[in-house]
Design a protein around this ligand. Structure first.
Ligand code: FCB
Length: 446
């Protein structure tokens, strides 16, 4: 049976600048924290970097054609801050801006709706040297950078996403150190969450001040946190994980305050957290939609060895993707339902969902039934949520094509299009042809 989606449902694919563009030092682009991080031995599992990646900077026209072949209605990409401002601030690098103008023109000519993410982790290195996200000034520079984008591209890009996954780039970048800039300090990470949220708010303010026609929101990675058992300590651990990863970002944006319970936990661990009420007003400015990135749930148990939250996720042994993430489609329904319950009926987009599997190119074909199955089951859960009255308006598969998967380098393939890196040839995978049919039927068959 065909489970049909609403008539104007937006089906798309997502990517991010550092993961696909390459051209890391061309046309006046400045270095980003990811250039520096990947050029430092030991940080990336296969020693690789994004210097060339999918060479999308030079192949964008071919890639837009690929999107047309796939029938995509929308494309979510990100803009590289150091292409626009090589030093993070100061004067605009026109050549960098021109690249995005060309890309957006190509999308609009192909009737593919552009969704632009203003920040998907490639902070200008010059700003990192002044303290990066741990410094409040970065929020102001981000707002200035956003303002330029709105002025230059606001008329041709109808959907804007301020930040991609602030929890990931702050906690992994400043707390655990497995992402750029590789710092390991919970105090810094906490500061970074605050500046990032403020940056988001200031960008929303800048957008409204210009009165451009379009919508603005933010993308959060949200993960249902399930307790490993009924033991009180596991239940509490799951709650802390939820506070740290989900509510720490949702609450300030939609309720105008950070969760007190977590502020107290920080204080107990010697991390002070000051909130300025003027900042809170900006952080909680009304947005037009929330972008949700969903990949898996976490099953959480008590672990006193983990600082601050005394909690860790249990790694699944079966039913998992190449990332080691459990395949749990029901979690998407649960998540969308809980957002409505706790924060209201906000217009939602799934801005990322997808999976990595071991893909092999055999006779110019890639047969990836696991990814097809993963997508199908998640689409169905999205369908259920819509039927229940959740205002879900679109769905972006991560990713359009295989790309540089951060600390995992090129060892994980998430694309519905295979990239043969030595030749840069793009080959649509079985899952890509499947997705094309889903879009054509505007529904999923089970
Ligand atoms: C998300 C990131 C995206 C990609 C996927 C697999 O956390 O936003 O860039 O790496 O995970």
């Amino acid at each position: 049976m065909l489970y049909e989606f609403p008539k104007d449902f937006i089906w798309g694919c997502a990517t991010a600048s550092y993961q696909i563009e390459g051209a890391f030092n061309e046309d006046g682009k400045g270095p980003s924290i990811w250039d520096v991080f990947t050029h430092t031995p030991g940080n990336i599992i296969d020693g690789s970097n994004g210097d060339v990646a999918c060479d999308h900077y030079h192949r964008y026209a071919e890639d837009v054609k690929l999107m047309e072949t796939l029938n995509l209605k929308a494309y979510r990409f990100s803009i590289s801050w150091p292409r626009i401002f090589p030093e993070g601030k100061g004067s605009v690098n026109k050549k960098g801006l021109d690249f995005y103008k060309r890309l957006v023109d190509a999308l609009n000519s192909a009737s593919i709706i552009p969704f632009a993410t203003i920040y998907h982790w490639d902070l200008p290195q010059a700003l990192e040297e002044k303290g990066g996200w741990a410094d409040l000034d970065t929020s102001k520079y981000f707002a200035d950078y956003s303002y330029v984008l709105f002025k230059e591209l606001g008329d041709s890009i109808p959907f804007w996403i301020t930040l991609n996954e602030p929890a990931v780039f702050t906690y992994l970048g400043y707390g655990i150190g497995v992402h750029a800039p590789g710092k390991k300090d919970s105090g810094l990470a906490t500061k970074a969450t605050y500046s990032a949220l403020l940056a988001h708010g200031l960008a929303v303010e800048a957008y409204r001040s210009l009165g451009v026609k379009g919508q603005i929101g933010i993308t959060l990675n949200l993960t249902p946190m399930h307790s490993a058992s009924n033991k009180e300590e596991d239940i509490l651990s799951a709650r802390r994980m939820d506070l740290m990863w989900n509510r720490w970002f949702l609450d300030p944006i939609f309720k105008g305050s950070f969760p007190q319970e977590f502020i107290e936990l920080l204080a107990k661990n010697g991390i002070s957290f000051e909130v300025d009420s003027e900042h809170m007003k900006k952080i909680s400015l009304k947005i037009d939609f929330l972008g949700v990135n969903y990949y898996t749930r976490n099953i959480v148990m008590y672990d006193p060895k983990v600082p601050l939250i005394n909690a860790r996720s249990i790694e699944p042994t079966t039913n998992k993707t190449e990332m080691g993430w459990e395949i749990y489609p029901e979690g998407l329904y649960e998540l969308l339902t809980s957002i409505k319950r706790d924060y209201g009926n906000i217009p939602l987009y799934i801005t990322e969902n997808g999976s990595a599997f071991k893909d092999e190119l055999i006779d110019e074909k890639v047969d990836d039934p696991e990814r097809e199955d993963y997508l199908k089951r998640h689409f169905y859960q999205a369908y259920r949520a819509i039927k229940d009255g959740i205002d879900l308006k679109g769905y972006f598969v991560w990713s359009l094509m295989d790309n540089f998967e951060w600390a995992y380098g090129y060892t994980k393939r998430f694309g519905i299009v295979y990239v043969d890196y030595p030749t840069q040839k793009r080959i649509i995978k079985r899952s890509g042809y499947y997705y094309r049919k889903v879009i054509e039927y505007n529904g999923v068959e089970l």
